[in-house]
Design a protein around this ligand. Sequence first.
Ligand code: SAM
Ligand code: SF4
Length: 336
Amino acid sequence: MRWPPEFGKVSMMLEDGFSRRFHYLRLSLTEACNFRCTYCLPDGYKPDGRKSFLTLEEIRRVSSTFAQLGVQKIRLTGGEPSMRRDLPAIIETVSQTNGIESVAMTTNGYRLKERAKIWYDAGLRDLNVSVDSLDARQFQLITGENKLASILEGIDIAQQVGYRKIKVNTVLLKNLNDHELSQFLFWLRNQPIELRFIELMQTGEMDERFKKHHQSGLPIKARLLREGWVQQNRGLTDGPAEVFSHPDYLGKIGLIMPYSKDFCSNCNRLRVSSTGKLHLCLFGEQGINLREYLQNDAQSSELKKQILSGLSSKRETHFLHQGDTGITPHLASIGG
Ligand code: SAM
Ligand code: SF4
């Protein structure tokens, strides 16, 4: 595709100035959350004035416009997406969008037990559940909630309901859960789940916590390779994880290492925040306000223009290594 794009002349697709193509959108539904994860909202969610989150109609326009630009997969995230009362209607709307082949959601699992079937019936097929420890006390220490048993039960129910893919997200935290690798591996022997260890990312509101708890995923990778795990190839709409499988295990292990070399060269995802801002990267920019172009269907071509010209300013890499966390106060604010 020529750069910059010629609107209306060529079939538009999302490609940036570094030949990266974008088929995957993360759409945040809310900033609110009912957990207090130490690395995200340690003091709980504090509403910042009277923010209004995207309405169902605005969400429909986001999903159909991005689909027309070649996005095939949309992940609903937050904050905690299950705090939206209209979540089933949102799932249904996004999953019925022409061109969207896969709707996924990332949740803390708080409501999974009761809602797994409702969400599935609405069209959700892929689920990521955050589980930072398999030890109930550590789980509570990290998330502020004594909910491990209920969340694991929710995962069992989701498996029975028939979800296509269930993944578990675990933020790697030195001295809080990094001693649990063997326990997680044991769990995965008979669980057809991909568990992804995510390296802790530094955000604007993180003080000493980052230094205290950041743990590289590389020692885990070395151990997996030593123990016969094999790294898999990556698909078009796959997330950022390096994924490993082993013949003796039903489950898989993924490693998300944003500080590793070349992490950004594989970037295939864009984000729209719950207030309608396009974020080209998790870190380091203000976001491009799309909301004014989401007010009626007739604005669709203007909306596409904004998205495509915004994409031309996507940077080649984040600057986390230099300690530049941009303005992202915490991941709940733009959808992790
Ligand atoms: N509330 C939902 C949840 O926790 O699954 C969805 C939103 S949350 C921001 C999305 C993912 O980002 C979660 O798996 C969470 O553990 C992860 N996350 C949040 N803050 C992070 C940080 N500073 N570094 C790495 N991962 C983080
Ligand atoms: Fe809430 Fe998810 Fe942030 Fe934890 S990581 S505080 S569950 S938004």
